[in-house]
Design a protein around this ligand. Sequence first.
Ligand code: PLP
Length: 443
Amino acid sequence: RLEEERLDANTQASKHMLERAEKHLAGGVASSYQLRDPWPIYIERGDGQYIYDVDGNEYFDFHNGFGAMVQGHNNPAIGAAVAKRFPLGTHFGAATEDGIVVAELLAERWGLPKWRFTNSGSESTMDAIRIARAYTGRDTVMKIFGSYHGHHDTVMVSIGVPYDEIGDREHYASLPYGGGIPQATVEMTIPVPFNDAGAMERRIIELDAQGRKPSCVILEPAMMNLGVVLPEPGYLEAVREITNKYGIVLIFDEVKTGLTIAAGGATEYFGVKPDLVTMAKSLGGGLPTGAIGGSDEVMRVVEDHTVYQVGTYSGNPLSMAAARANLEKVLTPQAYQHLDYLNERLLTGSEAIIAEYNLPGYAVGIGSKGCVTFSPSKIVDYESYKATQDVALTELAWLFNMNRKIFMTPGREEEWTLSVVHDDKAVDAYLECFTEFAHTITR
Ligand code: PLP
């Protein structure tokens, strides 16, 4: 079936664009994550819940720019804010009132008083880790096996792909994700399994005995790069207790969860408060924007200049105008009700199809995020993902969707993100496609 289901019909303009792009755009794309077999799809425009590629194909967009576009493409409220800001100047390298309002709104939603801005998720996690290191005076960083926190050296360790063919946990624990990452940095990052607070505490005790107590634990409260892996009941509470007990800064990386799952992100949803939170993606209304929020105590190292948290474009006026409109006008309580309604339909609809056709998998999601995980048993961490995810079926489902104009996030570790302008038509189209998929593979 994988051979029959090829991404070649009606995407020839993208194929030709790759040939042209490869001459001067390294690898033909702006970021390696935009690559896809057999060629990337080049996009011309987006409108609401739809995107249009250079061949003129219209897709329901379930990718939504890796989850950044939860407000939908061309959102009029964001457009109006950006249009209003543009004639007043787009960059000063100085603070604007919109930035103050965004910080106020985030403080209210997350219950964390102090904020700073960045331009991406990677910058947010890089700075948050530096803040934690300065605050504790320690270097070691604890993360979760297989988790992704951006592309700076410290966190490019023990990420799932492409090393998932490697069998042994100890081995992949210490692998950098690609070249150019110093071994000394790799050795400062210690991964532990998700959903296992006992393993985390045991590792902290071991490291402490070696004089290497971690400065921080950085984790996504719900893992979003193994499909969707939810925290088991009590796990986040236990992590909070352990990090408090050993004086370790707890960083929730909410770059993906953030504004996509609830008004106050995973912090509100799960009711566990970290010391620092990192955000990006869904914050900026489609403009490159990131943020770090924190307690008064930990963020003092920024305020007293122990840590230089800086950036030419941080708090960029255009980004701040878009983020303000996003928070004030788009991501309202009603918007979250709508996202919950649609996601519930997608998840229960998918579950019904899985049951009817007896597929090896289950549907899982939260807020605007979700996926069908093709695995005969529940995935709770990277180890179980690596052992049980049906790779061929996952890739086939992606191709099947693409060929039927359901644009899913490329990558078998990804999930869908709905936007506030998605509607029942999009859900119906997805479920219809999934039914056809189930029928095709079981017939
Ligand atoms: N943290 C998480 C949880 C992410 O999923 C990502 C990106 O996918 C990042 C950080 C990095 O964000 P960016 O790509 O904006 O640098």
